[in-house]
Design a protein around this ligand. Sequence first.
Ligand SMILES: Nc1ncnc2c1ncn2[C@@H]1O[C@H](COP(=O)(O)OP(=O)(O)O)[C@@H](O)[C@H]1O
Ligand SMILES: O=C(OP(=O)(O)O)[C@H](O)COP(=O)(O)O
Length: 394
Amino acid sequence: MNAKQTIKDMDLTGKRVFCRVDFNVPMENGTVTDDTRIRAAVPTITYLVQTGAKVILASHLGRPKGEVKEELRLSAVGERLAELLGKHVTKLDDSIGADVEQAVAAMNDGDVVLLENVRFHAGEEKNDAELAKQFAALADVFVNDAFGAAHRAHASTAGIAAHIPAVSGFLLQKELDVLGKALSDPDRPFTAIIGGAKVKDKIGVIDNLLDNVDNLLIGGGLSYTFTKAQGYETGNSLVEEDKIELAQSFIQKAKEKNVNLYLPIDAVVADAFSEEANVQTVKIDAIESGWMGLDIGPETAALYADVIRNSKLVIWNGPMGVFEMAPFSAGTKEVALAMAETEAYTVIGGGDSAAAVEKFDVAEKMDHVSTGGGASLEFMEGKELPGVTVLKDR
Ligand SMILES: Nc1ncnc2c1ncn2[C@@H]1O[C@H](COP(=O)(O)OP(=O)(O)O)[C@@H](O)[C@H]1O
Ligand SMILES: O=C(OP(=O)(O)O)[C@H](O)COP(=O)(O)O
């Protein structure tokens, strides 16, 4: 991917800037429960304010599917942002229309306005040209700082760039720098850890990683498709039947490419998907019918921790087990602690892995915790990110 222009490459003083951020944050009962993504956008917003731009922020929240959903309004997000900026943020009730145009026209240099959830309009996710034009009409420049949504070709992440000059914010730039450097010029041994439950989403990234890494560690729900591919029984474990052949081909590819592909050698199994289930630890070839694998076993965890400690660069996406439930959290915890201890440069690929390092209190020890789950995966797969492609080349 070509290097992209950033907000530093433009004179933005006095300009109206439509800045797309990813404020899609976890909420409970109308309050923000994790403000990581808001904090991550603050450097760009502060820079724009100090430069004397008129800052018009846009984000989605959740998946309202083109309808106004009261619980998905951005009001609480705006309040949290105002606290973090130490500055007034004018939260509007829509993202287009006469009221929005009036509010923008009344802005002074350095003011911050937060538009309402852009996904209240069906055109957003359809990348509707008319909606993109209306967004563009609000501003002189488009700044994309929404790395977490950069894999979406939507009106406010991509379409808008057809109408006004488009550059990246600091967060987007940093994410691309860190992930790009890790993949193009990796320090070795380079280790990737892939886990979690979204087998279909993640199987593609494995193919690409096998061209790049020295060690590939597989855990989580994803691993049982490989266990099956090895010819073992998996009981009630999560298995993607139509991906077993693909898993077999990855085992073969790893051999051809001299990649150390590590698959679980033992598992914590349960007789139900529940914290109260009966639990035992078994060798990977001894999962009986009626039981399901919900965590990597202690031998696997120790082996994986060892590989992590002996690496120079580690990228982690997806937990090793159902870490939200205490009986199945040990594998993810051991991996998280090894990530915290290793001398290697450590990158967490968003989503549940980021939640896991928070839970085990080691987030601060990671070198980079990405704000994008899906986006960092697609980037690692070598796919183009539409929200990046549309930005001006350097
Ligand atoms: N063995 C397993 N069986 C079922 N679910 C699992 C297993 N291991 C991990 N999970 C679940 O996977 C979820 C995270 O998967 P995923 O969404 O793919 O990861 P991420 O959000 O990091 O991309 C967690 O909620 C976890 O409980
Ligand atoms: O939370 C997000 O994605 P992620 O959970 O993959 O990091 C982004 O805000 C994108 O949201 P979407 O998957 O509803 O398009």
